[in-house]
Write a new protein. Structure first.
Length: 256
């Protein structure tokens, strides 16, 4: 089988729009198969159509192989915590926002993204997975919003905003978040001081754990998934490849 070009998508992990686009791309390059979330397993056109048919009601979330393995234990911990409210800043297509709403039926998620297409996809994904009433999608989460938000209930903030975290979180805002759990993806390639400054800001009020991402080569060599047993390192590299020239970090911060 020719693995020169690999295409994969994940059952209900993204909106139908994204799934369809990836499937169509796979068809255009190789009409016989498209690689799905089960790495190394190929499906016929008939099987792919059946997957498209059932994806809206069959959501696989936490244990999918494509979830960043570095975050798997933490994600399980977050699900177990059953937060009544979550603020997801930089929600993209709504993976965390919708996934966490699905995992905990009493959780309300406030999802933000400045990209209108991302907001639309998040809304569609929430609707498809029947959690629209608990996923509120908005454009901007600014300092005023974080300052005025009611933190009486246990709250988690997830942030992935491509470097803008250095401006959003300041000394005044941190004081409002002293009882809040936070998972912030830092982007030191934008400003090398970002993660260091954030750690200094939160250190008086929070316990801080630094979780580092790993590069594509290390993923190919050390990620251990049964679906890829016996496959070449080159194939594993292509499956896990993100193409980043840098490795980001996450700051997992919980109140002292």
């Amino acid at each position: 089988m020719n693995y020169k070009k690999l295409f994969y998508y994940f059952d209900s992990a993204f909106s139908p729009f994204l799934c369809d686009k990836i499937i169509e791309e796979g068809y255009s390059n190789n009409p016989d198969f498209a690689l799905t979330g089960k790495a190394g397993y190929t499906r016929s056109k008939k099987e792919i159509e059946k997957t498209k048919e059932i994806r809206n009601s069959n959501v696989s979330w936490i244990n999918d192989w494509w979830v960043k393995k570095e975050l798997e234990p933490l994600m399980e911990q977050i699900v177990d915590a059953k937060y009544p409210q979550i603020i997801d800043i930089g929600c993209a297509e709504g993976y965390y926002a919708v996934g966490l709403a699905l995992k905990n039926t009493n959780t309300k998620v406030y999802a933000f993204d400045i990209d209108p297409e991302a907001r639309e996809l998040t809304k569609k994904m929430a609707k498809v997975n029947k959690v629209s009433e608990r996923v509120v999608v908005e454009k901007n989460c600014d300092k005023q919003y974080l300052k005025n938000f009611n933190y009486d209930k246990k709250t988690l903030i997830i942030s992935d905003i491509e470097g803008a975290e250095k401006d959003l979180f300041d000394e005044e805002i941190v004081q409002n978040l002293k009882n809040v759990d936070l998972l912030i993806e830092t982007h030191d390639w934008v400003d090398i001081n970002i993660s260091t400054n954030l750690e200094k800001l939160f250190q008086p009020t929070h316990k801080i754990e630094v979780i580092s991402s790993i590069g594509d080569v290390q993923k190919a060599k050390y990620y251990n998934y049964k679906e890829l047993e016996g496959q070449s390192l080159q194939l594993k590299y292509r499956v896990f490849e993100e193409g980043r020239s840098f490795n980001d970090e996450w700051l997992w911060m919980t109140p002292i």
